[in-house]
Design a binder for this molecule. Structure first.
Ligand code: AMP
Length: 281
């Protein structure tokens, strides 16, 4: 596997690949890789001749400086996992390579960025939009792979690709879960064994809420029962639980024929913020 830290080395390699008519897939990550990330690499490998995995903890998408400092980093293990998966290129730039000068551009994604993660983490999607744009420009992939685990991020990237006419095709991959149902996440590495057990409740309650909705229980009732449940467990602090239209990400009043609805949660377990979602098609 080639490991590049500079854009010019990376582009030199990709130019040769493109000259040989090889298609390129991009998996953008912040490292601390787990099987969820590797499932994106595998999807990319199945559709492209060259797969680039970027590992970059993007400072501009962290609204909470402590979260940035505590974000898990494990570069050597990450590179070993990527080698084992058969990834051809790892792009591991320093902050100074990605931001030779501080980024001034502000990206406003409108209503889809004003709810949930956008509301709780001001500036987050501006940071995501800028860094994903940079990666798409630098790498010019044929396909870019993103996980449904970050459902709102998928909507943002979809709009970014459309509005800025990037040629990459967005491929959305399903959420990989632990046996307990807990969505795999780099942040899970910060949880104690005890907290990991509690964290499994997040998926269990989401699945229960989905079944309640399907059995005809009203949205306000489902929301109230989730809020009441997590409020009585002192280790949890619910940030939001929302039931939204999958495309617009705006709240819905009820289930409608032909509409995809997403149940989205963000919750603190101790000082670790976890997100998850389930979709009803
Ligand atoms: P991150 O390193 O958290 O920025 O994630 C990099 C990519 O991996 C994003 O597109 C995520 O949505 C995706 N991802 C993270 N966790 C999972 C998971 N459990 N299953 C599938 N994809 C995931």
């Amino acid at each position: 596997m080639h490991v590049f830290t500079t854009v010019s080395e990376l582009q030199g390699y990709l130019q040769a690949a493109r000259f040989n008519n090889q298609s390129v897939g991009l998996v953008a990550t912040m490292g601390a890789l787990h099987r969820g990330h590797i499932s994106l690499i595998e999807a990319a490998l199945s559709e492209n001749e060259v797969v680039v995995c970027s590992i970059f903890v993007n400072p501009t998408q962290f609204n909470n400086p402590e979260d940035l400092v505590k974000y898990p980093r494990s570069e050597q293990e990450d590179l070993a996992l990527l080698r084992k998966a058969g990834c051809q290129v790892a792009f591991v730039p320093l902050v100074s390579e990605m931001y030779p000068t501080p980024s001034i551009l502000q990206m406003d994604f409108g209503p889809i960025a004003q709810v949930m993660e956008g509301k709780s983490r001001p500036g987050h999607f501006n940071g995501v939009g800028v860094v994903v744009s940079k990666l798409l420009h630098m790498i010019m992939p044929d396909r870019a792979y993103f996980g449904q685990k970050d459902l709102q991020q998928v909507a943002i990237v979809e709009q970014l690709i459309r509005d800025l006419s990037f040629s990459a095709q967005l491929v959305v991959c399903p959420t990989l879960r632990e046996e307990s149902g807990l969505a795999m996440s780099s942040r899970n590495k910060r949880l104690s064994d005890e907290e990991l057990k509690l964290a499994a409740l997040i998926y269990q309650k989401l699945a229960e809420a989905k079944n309640q909705l399907l059995s005809g229980i009203s949205i306000p009732q489902v929301i109230a029962s989730i809020e009441a449940y997590f409020n009585q467990i002192p280790e949890f602090r619910l940030d939001y639980f929302e039931i939204v239209d999958r495309e617009t990400l705006q709240r819905v009043e009820g289930l409608a024929e032909g509409q995809s609805v997403a149940l989205c949660i963000a919750i603190y377990l101790g000082d670790v913020r976890l997100i998850d979602n389930l979709v009803i098609d």
